[in-house]
Design a protein around this ligand. Sequence first.
Ligand code: TYD
Length: 253
Amino acid sequence: MTAKEQEEMDFGADSERMKKRTVEGGLLITFEGGEGVGKSTQSERLFHKLQSFGIDTVHAQEPGSSDLGNNVRRWIKRSNSSSPLAETLLFEAARAQLMFETVRPALDRGKVVVLDRYIDSTLAYQGYARGGDLKTIKQLNDIATAELTPHLTVLLDLDPKVSLARVSNKPDLFSGDTDGSGRVDNENERRFEQAPLKFHQSIRKGYLEMSKTDPRWCVIKADQAGHRIADAILKRVRRLLIDGNIPESIFKS
Ligand code: TYD
């Protein structure tokens, strides 16, 4: 059986129903987690899978995926001196741009948007880990996104001791454009990856705390084999697309 046939077996006639659902509403799926948990791999995997089912899907990442976002990313990685608020404002500016350029137009056309990092990254990194005021960050998130809340947020959860070892064992991660995104890091641009373990533990704690407050979260243990993680994500997305109670208007304003 070919891979394509296997996929059709997995979803069968449901893929038509899923397509119908997305045409009607648009769907925002975000991926969150600390450094080295496999967000990029899994979000791309989901993107390709949905595309292969004929579902119009867009993949983007924060803070990249726009010219402004790439500049913010470069600056953040090099800088050591910014305040949590300054960092937050930069990420929010990049976010507002991505909303304007990519996310809103795609959702308006009923597409699925798979986003690698979103509002919860700012709460976890600049809030829980860097001590920024959570209420202010939430307000700024709301402003930057016109209160666009994801329909589903996949949290890949992993002990930072394991995930950081993964990052430092990846020889080509910081030496070139490994993912085709044009993102090139070097040894001097590893700011958050090089932060103390305690910083990463606060990020994890923040994410886990947030995940308890809202049913949009789907927490997946990221110490499993990649294909198991992908299956668990797909199962949840499938449920969302077929049975989910997707609001008619996903924008509050
Ligand atoms: P990147 O190399 O794109 O990291 P990753 O692949 O882990 O997403 O760098 C982005 C860094 O910016 C990453 O360490 C997480 C951080 N970040 C924040 O601190 N706040 C935010 O709001 C966002 C979107 C990212």
